[in-house]
Structure formats: structure tokens, C-alpha cells
Design a protein around this ligand. Structure first.
Ligand SMILES: [Ca+2]
Ligand SMILES: [Ca+2]
Ligand SMILES: [Ca+2]
Length: 448
């Protein structure tokens, strides 16, 4: 670039611009010749504009170019505009000494070239890990939490992140992507591990009758008129305490306590569900069903209750008795087959087993304990086949028809085959099989 004081073509004496461009005029056409000194050749930007605009100097009324900008091919590729600034050559010489006129500060016009450089280089994305703790069940991050100095060589960068909000389902390590964008729209990404700190609680509920009077029923059964008349729903929460509780269901002593007491007044099937929330705001739910049977004999002012009596000598021949409350304990103790309530009247179907698969999904499994006995009657032993969807252990008792315990086996596998009764004498026996809240009675007949 500059005031070369030379034309863009050979003047016959010397081809100055041609030599600088790398295209010197052949030696037989010029007095002072040069070899080709420049490769690759340069471009004179004056050659790219219209002929009428190719002047930067006026000599005695003759327009000519003495000022040039020469560029290589790379710069020429970035050229956006070339022009001659018309501030001098066209104005009278008298302006040069006029302090009030900006024109004619020189007798040459200045060539001006504009080059446009575009950023095509991606920025550099640099991530760092982050850790957040759940509060009220949620936690958030911003892009800057996982940015570790991402940058671009040309411009500032903007940051975005693939996930900003986390909840109880995100506890543990999460891979999050940081996207870095420069001013020209070039992007780069990196991955960061965001550790979400929290615990999803679990819970379980057991029914604890408020006294130990024997009813022959399971803890989730209440017999209005005899035995415990209320039951504590003993909730056991685990994980991330302290906890808060929200119970649904009727006739509870409290709905925001851990272990409410249920006191029914009428017969029915009562479902209770507790939502347990821990200190991270994560929740779980547990449920229990309590079955209430009204066995009071009407008109006896609570003094008599129904009892289904199974005679020891013929347990299949049951009959409903109206028994004084005072005599119930003796009946139940002496006759293994006796049950509270009228014959054929059970508190309700055995309780459903609710398995907590996760805090969002519950699987309800119907009662499932199945017991098969072969052979029966038997001359030797009895083979009991136990099948259950539940994994709870099974307890087994063998009773004689007077309810006297002859033997017991505890903690049997839920799905197993058991041989019993080798040593039993000839006669009738009862096998009581209990798993969780399920109870089965099977009559065994030993023959000679
Ligand atoms: Ca050349
Ligand atoms: Ca860039
Ligand atoms: Ca408890």
C-alpha cells in the first residue's frame, strides 16, 4: 500500500507496480527490466473498480493512479469493498491553506480497502463437576456452575446447559452437557457430572393391637366386642429423616403423626395410606388395610359375642354360638378350630400385600399363600408344598384337635416342600401355616 508515484501499467522506463505484483513487463518492452521476484503474484485492488474511478491524482487535468493497495490472494478473498476517498484530487489547490476547509490537505486521494474477517473457529468448552443438595425435593444449577473457563479466541462466549432442574429421581450422578457458543455462532460442548445429594425414603407399617388378648386373628383384624378394640399403625420410615407424615383414612387419632391409633366403631374394611416426606423433600407412601368384624350379639349390651365352634371330634361340623365375653378365652384356648364371629363370617379377605417398588410405582399382590398336602390321609408322613408370591417367612404348627401344640417349625422358606408328621400317632390333627398376615389351617389324617 502506498504512494508509489507509479502507474499500474508499464510507462516504458520502468514497470514498478508490475514488478511489485510479480508480473514484470518483459525486458524488450522496458528500459529498466526486472526478473519475476514475487510468487504467487499480488493483486492490485485498483484493477477491480470501474475505469472511470481509477484515479487518485490529477496532473494538469489528466487523471491518473499513483496510489495503490496490493494484496495477496488470501487478503483478496476477504475483501468486501475498495474505493478511492474523494477528498483531495478534485478540489482546488487554494483549499490547502484554508483552515476552514478539510479538502485538499494533500494533492492525492487515498485508496481505502475494507476486509471482512469471519470467525470460523469453535470456542473451547471446559467443564467442571458440581454437587447440589435437594431442598423440598428439587435442586437447580446454572451453566456457570459447571463452567471451568470456557473461552473463544475471537469473542465472548455464551453458555447453556442441558439440564438445570433436578428432583428426587435424579439422586446420584447425572451427566449434564454444557454448550459454549461464540459471537459467530460456532459451538463446542463438554460433559460435566452433577451429583444430586438426597435420599428417597422408604417406609413400612405394622399393625400393633393395643392389647395382647388372643383372638385367633391376625394383628390387622379387629373384632368389635372382644379383644383389642383399636390398633396402632406403627409406621417405620427409613432414609433422610427427620420426617413428616400425612395419613389418609378415617377414625385415626392423628393424621400428621408417625404412628396413629385406629379405633373403629363400625364393621368394615379400612384402608390407610401414609405419605412420608424426609428432610430432602423426597416422599414415599405405604398402605395397610385393617379389617373390622362386629361380633357383638345384638341386645346383649356387649355381654355376648358370636363364636364359630368346631367340635374337636368333628371339626368340620361347625356351629355358631352366642358366648359370654368371659368365656371366649377358654373356648379359643381349648378348641383349635374355634373362631370369633359367626360361622362363615371372616373379618375380611386377607390383607393385600403392598410392595413398594419405588416411590412412584406400587405393585399390589393379592394374598398368595397356597398349601397342598399329599398324601392325606397318610400312613407315614405328610408332604406340604408351600407356594407364595410373598417372600415373608412361614411358621408352621401342628396341633391336636384340642388345640394343643404338638410341634412347630419356624422361618420356613415361602416356597418350599416340607415333610411333617412322621411321628404322629393315628388320629386327626391340624396344621396351622402362617405367613405375614395370612393364615391357613389344614386338617391332617394319620391312618394305620
Ligand atoms: Ca510472479
Ligand atoms: Ca470462535
Ligand atoms: Ca413408628
Amino acid at each position: 500500500m502506498g504512494d508509489y508515484n507509479a502507474f499500474q501499467f508499464n510507462d516504458g522506463l520502468v514497470d514498478l507496480i508490475g514488478t511489485i505484483k510479480g508480473t514484470p513487463t518483459p525486458a524488450d518492452q522496458v528500459v529498466l527490466a526486472s526478473t519475476d521476484l514475487v510468487n504467487p503474484d499480488l493483486v492490485n485492488l485498483i484493477d477491480g473498480i470501474s475505469a472511470t474511478q481509477r484515479y487518485s491524482f490529477v496532473f494538469d487535468g489528466s487523471h491518473q493512479v499513483l496510489d495503490h493497495i496490493l494484496v495477496n490472494q488470501n487478503a483478496n478473498a476477504k475483501l468486501s469493498r475498495f474505493s478511492i476517498a474523494r477528498v483531495d484530487a478534485d478540489f482546488p489547490e487554494v483549499y490547502r491553506s484554508d483552515a476552514n476547509r478539510p479538502e485538499r490537505i494533500s494533492d492525492h486521494d487515498a485508496p481505502v480497502a475494507y476486509f471482512l474477517f469471519t470467525d470460523v473457529t469453535a470456542p473451547v468448552a471446559i467443564c467442571k463437576p458440581a454437587s447440589v443438595t435437594l431442598v423440598n425435593g428439587t435442586a437447580t444449577i446454572t451453566a456457570s456452575d459447571i463452567n471451568n473457563g470456557s473461552n473463544d479466541e475471537c469473542s465472548n462466549v455464551t453458555l447453556s446447559v442441558s439440564q438445570t432442574s433436578f428432583d428426587c429421581t435424579d439422586i446420584g450422578a447425572n451427566t449434564v452437557t454444557l454448550t459454549v457458543t461464540d459471537a459467530a455462532g460456532n459451538t463446542a460442548t463438554c460433559n460435566a457430572t452433577v451429583t444430586v445429594v438426597g435420599v428417597v425414603p422408604s417406609c413400612s407399617i405394622t399393625a400393633v393391637p393395643t392389647n395382647n388378648i388372643y383372638t385367633g386373628g391376625v394383628p390387622t383384624n379387629i373384632y368389635l366386642g372382644y379383644g383389642p378394640q383399636s390398633v396402632t399403625l406403627n409406621n417405620t420410615p427409613v432414609g433422610g429423616g427427620p420426617f413428616t407424615y400425612s395419613w389418609s383414612g378415617s377414625n385415626l387419632s392423628c393424621t400428621t403423626c408417625e404412628d396413629p391409633v385406629f379405633t373403629p366403631t363400625t364393621q368394615g374394611v379400612y384402608n390407610f395410606t401414609v405419605t412420608v416426606t424426609n428432610s430432602y423433600g423426597c416422599t414415599t407412601t405405604c398402605s395397610i388395610t385393617i379389617c373390622v368384624l362386629d361380633i357383638r350379639v345384638p341386645g346383649t349390651n356387649g355381654k355376648k359375642v358370636y363364636l364359630c365352634h368346631a367340635p374337636p371330634e368333628n371339626p368340620a361340623n361347625t356351629s355358631t354360638l352366642e358366648v359370654s365375653v368371659n368365656a371366649v378365652a377358654e373356648h379359643l384356648a381349648d378348641h383349635a378350630g374355634d373362631k370369633l364371629g359367626q360361622c362363615g363370617q371372616d373379618p375380611c379377605a386377607p390383607a393385600m400385600i403392598v410392595k413398594n417398588i419405588s416411590n412412584k410405582l406400587k405393585l399390589v399382590i393379592p394374598p398368595s399363600l397356597k398349601v397342598a398336602v399329599l398324601p392325606n390321609p397318610s400312613k407315614t408322613a405328610f408332604t406340604l408344598t408351600l407356594q407364595s408370591e410373598s417372600e415373608l417367612p412361614v411358621n408352621l404348627r401342628i396341633l391336636d384337635l384340642n388345640g394343643k401344640e404338638i410341634s412347630r417349625l419356624g422361618n420356613l422358606s415361602a416356597n418350599s416342600i416340607i415333610r411333617i408328621g412322621d411321628n404322629l400317632r393315628t388320629g386327626f390333627y391340624l396344621a396351622e401355616i402362617v405367613q405375614g398376615q395370612e393364615r391357613k389351617i389344614v386338617k391332617l389324617v394319620k391312618i394305620q
